[in-house]
Design a binder for this molecule. Structure first.
Ligand SMILES: [Zn+2]
Length: 53
């Protein structure tokens, strides 16, 4: 799992634009976002920091 602050990550295979598929609550001030690339049919889970503001 990788941590990014970008809202929309790029597909690691090619520079496809990945779509947000799901958001799951993670640990405190973190949430897990699942992105999927419709071109490669692959998903990436990112741990996102939630801004308390
Ligand atoms: Zn892709």
């Amino acid at each position: 799992m990788i941590a990014l602050t970008n809202e929309r990550p790029m597909c690691p295979a090619r520079k496809h634009r990945m779509a947000l598929a799901r958001i799951s609550p993670g640990e405190r001030e973190l949430e897990e976002r699942t992105f999927e690339c419709s071109t490669c049919v692959r998903t990436e889970m990112l741990s996102m920091s939630l801004d308390p503001m």
